[in-house]
Design a protein. Structure first.
Length: 378
């Protein structure tokens, strides 16, 4: 592999920009950006100093011949461009979900393995500093035999947020794709195991959504919510994505542990919180509590002999991560660092790949079916 790697980015929104910054942080030259809207991608590429912009993905692959491609578009837009990138021999960094459906994810995973291209799956909040601290504590035996994990969050989202990709399953929307995937990645990282079985239920709390122009960054969609008092002429579209879920899972323990860990993931996208969102790991001798839906912290430890005690993130963990304040960007950049290092021949560090993306989508599809316990691919 040449010392100078080049990359093409799929998407000009929040994730596309973030992936661009992550690639540059690793010394990769971003030579092009492709997106759906000509005016937007041209403007973003110019703003970020990217020399090529366009709307034709296959043409960009042919013209630029990048070593790496990064997918920062919603999951429903991934499938065919992913196959094109694999055919072009590119290494691929892809945000979650890998695809909208598990059958597509399995095909993409298989083709990438057959083509011998490296892949990274960016359910990347497993790099949160407090998640890495919890991983260390569990590995050191601080809670004894891991027995249970709980992930609980409520987001109080605006029920009139304008219609977009997050409202439709076929576009990659739903809270399972965009909330549960991060939580599952944290659980597997902390416990050091794999997903064995899954069961759950979902609920759609928004059956229609208003159509409003002007939303480009999905994080700002709430401020575009219309005033119903003046909304007589609003257009509405049907919504099929879930906004709340309850998931039960069994996670394979490390070899030294005896029994699977029982995990519960509870999320209400439109329900208000009273207590802090949190993550908890319970063991035979102690327990870990982390504030925040995505392990933002702080972290507390309690054993049978003492009250809850705060445990701060040690400098060795902080120093091992990019010096970036924003959680999302720091996590993307850390995953990109490990991915690009592997491409450069420095070795695989255990980062998530398309195999993980496929298994995550199998789990999500199983929960959406709601037909009882489902064994996951091993």
């Amino acid at each position: 592999m040449a010392d100078k790697l080049t990359a093409l980015v799929h998407g000009s929104g929040f994730a596309g920009k973030g992936h661009t910054e992550a690639l540059r942080d690793t010394g990769v030259e971003v030579v092009g950006m492709v997106s759906r809207t000509p005016e937007v991608v041209k403007s973003v590429a110019s703003e970020m100093g990217i020399p090529f912009s366009g709307t034709d993905w296959d043409a960009a692959l042919t013209e630029l011949k990048p070593d790496i491609v990064a997918f920062g578009t919603p999951g429903g837009a991934h499938y065919e461009p992913l196959l094109s990138a694999i055919d072009a021999g590119c290494h691929i960094f892809c945000d979650k979900p890998l695809t909208a459906f598990a059958t597509q994810a399995g095909e993409v995973c298989k083709k990438a393995e057959e083509a011998d291209v490296k892949t990274a799956f960016a359910a990347s909040f497993c790099y949160q500093p407090h998640a890495l601290l919890a991983q260390e504590l569990v590995a050191q035996g601080a809670i004894g035999e891991p027995q249970e994990a709980e992930f609980v969050s409520h987001y109080n989202l605006n029920r009139l947020m304008p219609f977009g990709w997050s409202h439709r399953i076929d576009l990659g929307g739903g809270r399972l794709n965009n909330n549960f995937s991060h939580k599952l990645s944290i659980a597997l990282r902390v416990l050091g195991g794999g997903l064995l079985r899954i069961n759950g239920d979902t609920r759609n709390d928004m059956h229609v959504a208003p159509v409003v122009e002007g939303v480009h960054d999905f994080r700002e969609r709430g401020r575009f919510a219309p005033d119903l008092a003046n909304g007589k002429d609003l257009e509405w579209k049907d919504v099929d994505a879930e906004w709340s879920y309850t998931v039960m899972a069994e996670i394979e323990p490390k070899a030294e542990h005896k029994s699977p860990v029982s995990a519960m993931f509870k999320h209400g996208g439109m329900q208000p919180r009273f207590f802090e969102d949190s993550i908890d790991f319970y063991g035979s001798e102690a327990a870990i509590h982390i504030n925040g839906a995505y392990a933002q912290g702080p972290l507390f430890l309690k054993d049978g002999k003492s009250d809850w005690k705060r445990v701060d993130v040690p400098e060795r963990i902080t120093n091992s991560l990019p010096s970036i304040e924003d959680d999302t960007q720091r996590n993307w950049t850390q995953l990109m660092r490990e991915f690009v290092a592997d491409i450069r021949g420095e070795g695989y560090s255990g980062y998530q790949t398309f195999k993980d993306g496929w298994i995550f989508q199998e789990a999500i599809d199983a929960v959406r079916r709601g037909d009882g316990w489902s064994d996951m691919p091993q």
